[in-house]
Design a protein around this ligand. Structure first.
Ligand SMILES: NC(=O)c1ccc[n+]([C@@H]2O[C@H](COP(=O)([O-])OP(=O)(O)OC[C@H]3O[C@@H](n4cnc5c(N)ncnc54)[C@H](OP(=O)(O)O)[C@@H]3O)[C@@H](O)[C@H]2O)c1
Length: 252
């Protein structure tokens, strides 16, 4: 039977009988990441990263939530924040969520637009995972969830950079799942469809209307509908599920 080792007590030293494991969520200040932070903080001690100071940060009011500024472009910053968290204990749960789009047809895309999207959506997931991995293996239990996209499965017009990054994240997840299958660490990917966040606010109204017609449920998803699946995938109930991709897409 799968072991479920105890974590440590509250990070701030308050007296507390509950032992909490540590979770790290990248890009937790807004959108899907924020919903994941909220849900996981009910059970875990959650650290999350962000890039720019945003008013949303102030809206977290839990002693179990700890924001850390780190640009996912910055390899050294990633090493620094992971080392800082590891001083408090092993990171048992890693959610690679931070992501951006810079849509343009391949013909018109600049090298910078390609590199930025690959860097944040794919390279940073590798950097965070590698930095967390050894202690996670030594700890004997772990959960890694990578937030991909249905665009990584289907492709998207004007999204060759984003589709390549998100497809890459799926290949990364499946390979990592094989490497960690005997280590009590599961690795899965989630492929959200169209979810109401700042990212999808950028979609022009005409395209939005045709998308809603195409989605079998005729609506965008909510951040909570993605976070609920994350909650399950990091729980001990999902112990025999690894290397999988789960669409949260209203039937797309
Ligand atoms: N929304 C959708 O329909 C949808 C669909 C499929 C997949 N996804 C994926 O789901 C994930 C979350 O998307 P979302 O819609 O919630 O996006 P969002 O609302 O735009 O939030 C993006 C998050 O990523 C962080 N981030 C962006 N660039 C960063 C950087 N360079 N360094 C560190 N953090 C950075 C942001 O931090 P700041 O607040 O500091 O900017 C923010 O917390 C992404 O991977 C996205 O590709 C979204």
């Amino acid at each position: 039977m799968e072991g479920f080792p105890t974590g440590r007590c509250c990070w701030n030293g308050n007296s507390c009988n509950q032992m909490r494991k540590i979770a790290l969520v990248t890009g937790g200040s807004r959108g899907i990441g924020k919903a994941i932070v909220d849900v996981l903080s009910e059970e875990f001690d959650v650290y999350y990263t962000y890039r720019s100071t945003s008013s949303e940060i102030a809206k977290f009011e839990s002693k179990y939530i700890h924001p850390l500024k780190a640009d996912s472009h910055d390899y050294e910053a990633i090493q620094r924040v992971v080392a800082e968290i590891l001083q408090h204990g092993t990171i048992s749960i890693l959610i690679n969520n931070a992501g951006i789009t810079k849509d343009k047809t391949c013909r018109n895309m600049t090298k910078e637009e390609w590199d930025d999207v690959i860097s944040i959506n794919l390279n940073a997931a590798f950097y965070y995972t590698q930095a967390c991995l050894r202690p996670m293996i030594d700890g004997g239990w772990g959960r890694i969830v990578n937030i991909s996209s249905i665009i990584g499965l289907s492709g998207g017009f004007g999204q060759s950079n984003y589709a390549a990054a998100k497809a890459g994240l799926i290949g990364f997840s499946k390979s990592l799942a094989l490497e960690l299958a005997t280590k009590n660490i599961t690795v899965n990917a989630i492929a959200p469809g169209y979810i109401q966040t700042d990212m999808t606010k950028q979609i022009p109204e005409g395209i939005m209307t045709s998308l809603l017609e195409k989605i079998p449920m005729h609506r965008f998803g909510t951040v909570t509908e993605v976070a609920s699946l994350v909650r399950y995938l990091v729980s001990k109930d999902s112990s025999y599920i690894t290397g999988q991709v789960f669409n949260v897409s209203g039937g797309l």
